[in-house]
Design a protein around this ligand. Structure first.
Ligand SMILES: C[S@@+](CC[C@H](N)C(=O)[O-])C[C@H]1O[C@@H](n2cnc3c(N)ncnc32)[C@H](O)[C@@H]1O
Length: 563
C-alpha cells in the first residue's frame, strides 16, 4: 500500500531571492451563436462537479478586507495612471456635477430607465444584475453580457466562481449558455491586463464598469491567446458585443463607443498590440506586484511560470484503486473513445478535457479529478492500515479521498468552512469511503479529543498562486500583503498541529503557493521552532514543464517528530 510517489515532477527546493535586470477580420455574422464547444471543461466553474481540483483558500482564511478595484489593478502601475493624477481632481468635480445633476430631474433620451453604473473604476459599481436582457440565450451577445457581469463582480472583489454562480442563478441562463459564459469569463481573466491596456490606449477616459467589462470579455475573443487561436471571427465579436451593449441599461448609451473602439482595434490591431505589449501587465496579464514577486523568487524561470499560469489546465484523473486498476480504467476510456495516458502511479491525463459527468465511471467513484502534483500528497504521507490520520484543511476532500483509497485508516477531515466540508462528505460518498468530518479551525484545540495522530496533512490556506491557471481570477483578487497575512495564519496552524502529532509521527506541510514566504521560508522556520526533522519531499514544484510535467505549482515539506 505505501509506495513512494513515482510521478516525475520538476521541483525547486529553495528559490533565490535575487532580482535580475529585468493575432483576421471576416464577414460579419449577425446571428452568431455562442459556441458551447469552446467551453473549457477543465475549468472549475462547475464547482460541485470538479471536486478534487485544488481550490483557493476560502474567505475564512482571507484577509477580512476586500480590495477595492483601484487597489487590485495596482495603484501606481495601471495603464490609467497617467490620467489618474489629473483624474482625481476631475472626478471630484464630476462627482459634484453628477450630484447636482442627480438632484434635478432630466430626460434620458437614449438609455432605458434604471440606475446608472459609476463612471469611475475606483467607485463600487452599482450594477443591475437582476436585469433580464432581451437576448437569445444561445447567442454570443448573451454570453458576452453574462461574462461581463461576472467580470464587474470580480473587479469589486468577488471570486469568479461566486460571480458566475450569481449570473447562472438567472433562469434565462440555459446549461448551454453557462458553458459559453464560463468560457468567455475565464478567457477574459487570463487576458485582463492586456484588455485594460488596450482600452486605455483607445478610450479617452475609463469606461463605466459594465462597458469596460464588456470590452474586456470581447477583446480576448478577437485575438489568439497563450491557450490557442482566436475562437470567433473578429467581426462577429464586434457585432455581438454591440448587440449586448444595446440590450442592457448600464451599457446602452455606450453602444456607439463599444462599436467604435472594437472596430478601431480591428483596424489598428498590430500597432496597438505592439504598443501595449511594452507594459509588463499587458505582456504577462498579471498585476505588477505579482510579476515582481515571480522575478524575485524565480530569476531564471519567472517567464515560464507566468506563461504556464495563462494556459488552460489539462484534465488529470486519479484512479480509485479500491475499485479498479489504472490499466482497467485506461481500457474503459479507450472503449469510450476517450484518448488518455498514464502519467503517475494513479494519475491518468485525458488528451482533451471533457465535462466531469461525461468521464466514464466518475459518478460511480472509479476516478476523481485531481492535478498530478496534488496526487503526491497522500503518497508522501506514507499512511498504513490502522493509523489515526488528521487531514487538517480538508475541503473539498481531494486528498482525504486519496488517503482513504491507499489504506484502512481512521481519518478526521477538519475544515474551518462547514459548507465546504459538506463537499468532503459528497466526495467520500461518491468514492464509497468514510471518515469523521469536523468543522473547526486548525489553529484551535477545542475540537481535539486529546488523542495524538500518527499522520497529519496540513494543506494550509494560502494565496493559491500556484493554481492560477485553474483560477485565473486569483491574480486580480489578491493583494501583495495577503502573502504575509496567510503565512502568519499557516504558521499558527502548523505549530498547533505539531502538538497533536504522535512521537515518530509525520506531518506533511502543503501549499498551492509559488511564494517562498508561504512555503520554503515557512517550512524552514517551522523546523527550527519545533526542532522537527525534515524528511525527503519535493519542495517547490514549479508549473513550467511540458506535456510530461504539466502540473500545478504545489509545495511539499515533510517532517518527523523525533521521540
Ligand atoms: C487548499 S484548500 C484544501 C484543499 C484540500 N486539502 C483538498 O485537497 O481538496 C484549504 C482549505 O483550508 C480551509 N481553511 C481555511 N482556513 C482554515 C483554518 N483556519 N482552519 C482549518 N481550515 C481552514 C479552507 O476552507 C479550504 O477548504
Amino acid at each position: 500500500m505505501n509506495k513512494r510517489p513515482t510521478l516525475s515532477l520538476k521541483s525547486k527546493p529553495a528559490p533565490a531571492v535575487k532580482k535580475p535586470a529585468p493575432r483576421k477580420p471576416a464577414a460579419a455574422n449577425t446571428a452568431a451563436p455562442a459556441r458551447p464547444a469552446v467551453a473549457n471543461t477543465a475549468e472549475p466553474a462547475r464547482p460541485a462537479a470538479a471536486p478534487a481540483a485544488r481550490e483557493p483558500a476560502k474567505p475564512a482564511a482571507k484577509p477580512a478586507r476586500r480590495p477595492e478595484p483601484a487597489e487590485q489593478f495596482g495603484a501606481g502601475a495601471s495603464p490609467w495612471d497617467a490620467t489618474r493624477a489629473k483624474g482625481a481632481q476631475r472626478r471630484a468635480e464630476q462627482r459634484a456635477a453628477e450630484q447636482r445633476a442627480a438632484d434635478q430631474p432630466r430626460p434620458r433620451p437614449e438609455a432605458p430607465p434604471g440606475p446608472r453604473a459609476s463612471h469611475h473604476r475606483d467607485l463600487k459599481p452599482r450594477l443591475q444584475t437582476e436585469f433580464q436582457a432581451e437576448l437569445k440565450a444561445d447567442s454570443l451577445a448573451f454570453a458576452l453580457l453574462g461574462a461581463a457581469t461576472a467580470v464587474v463582480q470580480v473587479r469589486s472583489g468577488m471570486a469568479l466562481p461566486a460571480a458566475l454562480a450569481g449570473v447562472f442563478a438567472n433562469p434565462a441562463v440555459t446549461p448551454q449558455a453557462r458553458g459559453a459564459i464560463q468560457d468567455v469569463a475565464y478567457r477574459a481573466m487570463r487576458q485582463l491586463g492586456r484588455s485594460d491596456a488596450l482600452v486605455a490606449a483607445m478610450a479617452p477616459k475609463a469606461p463605466d464598469p459594465l462597458v469596460g467589462a464588456l470590452l474586456a470579455v470581447a477583446l480576448p475573443l478577437m485575438q489568439a491567446g497563450d491557450d490557442g487561436p482566436a475562437p470567433y471571427e473578429a467581426f462577429t465579436v464586434v457585432d455581438q458585443a454591440v448587440t449586448a451593449a444595446g440590450a442592457h441599461p448600464d451599457t446602452a448609451r455606450a453602444k456607439g463607443m463599444v462599436n467604435a473602439l472594437l472596430r478601431r482595434f480591428l483596424r489598428e490591431r498590430d500597432a496597438l498590440l505592439a504598443d501595449v505589449m511594452q507594459q509588463p501587465q499587458a505582456r504577462w496579464n498579471y498585476p505588477q506586484w505579482w510579476i515582481d514577486a515571480a522575478i524575485t523568487a524565480y530569476p531564471q524561470e519567472w517567464e515560464q511560470v507566468l506563461a504556464a499560469g495563462n494556459q488552460a489546465p489539462p484534465l488529470t484523473l486519479r484512479v480509485n484503486t479500491r475499485k479498479g486498476t489504472v490499466e482497467a480504467y485506461l481500457a474503459m476510456l479507450a472503449e469510450a473513445g476517450i484518448g488518455a495516458r498514464r502519467i503517475g502511479e494513479h494519475a491518468v491525463r485525458l488528451d482533451k478535457p471533457v465535462g466531469v459527468h461525461l468521464i466514464p465511471g466518475f459518478d460511480a467513484g472509479l476516478v476523481s479529478v485531481q492535478d498530478a502534483a496534488a496526487q503526491l500528497a497522500a503518497q508522501l504521507l506514507d499512511v498504513q492500515d490502522g493509523m489515526r490520520v488528521l487531514d487538517a484543511c480538508a475541503a473539498p476532500g481531494g486528498k482525504t479521498g486519496h488517503i482513504l483509497e491507499l489504506a484502512d485508516v481512521d481519518v478526521t477531515a477538519l475544515d474551518a468552512d462547514a459548507q465546504r466540508l459538506s463537499r468532503v462528505r459528497e466526495n467520500l460518498e461518491r468514492l464509497g469511503l468514510s471518515g469523521t468530518l469536523q468543522a473547526a479551525e486548525a489553529q484551535g484545540r477545542d475540537w481535539w479529543d486529546g488523542r495524538p495522530f500518527d499522520r497529519i496533512l496540513a494543506d494550509v490556506p494560502c494565496t493559491a498562486s500556484g493554481i492560477v491557471r485553474r483560477h485565473p481570477d486569483i491574480r486580480w483578487l489578491r493583494r501583495k500583503g495577503d502573502t504575509l497575512q496567510l503565512a502568519t495564519l499557516s504558521g499558527q496552524i502548523l505549530d498547533n498541529l505539531w502538538q497533536m502529532l504522535q512521537p515518530n509521527g509525520k506531518l506533511l506541510f502543503v501549499t498551492c503557493s509559488l511564494w517562498p514566504q508561504e512555503s520554503e521560508a515557512q517550512a524552514a522556520a517551522f523546523a527550527v521552532r519545533n526542532r522537527a526533522t525534515r524528511l525527503d519531499a519535493p519542495g517547490q514544484l514549479l508549473p513550467v514543464g511540458g506535456a510530461e510535467q504539466d502540473h500545478d505549482g504545489l509545495f511539499y515539506a515533510l517532517f518527523r517528530k523525533d521521540e
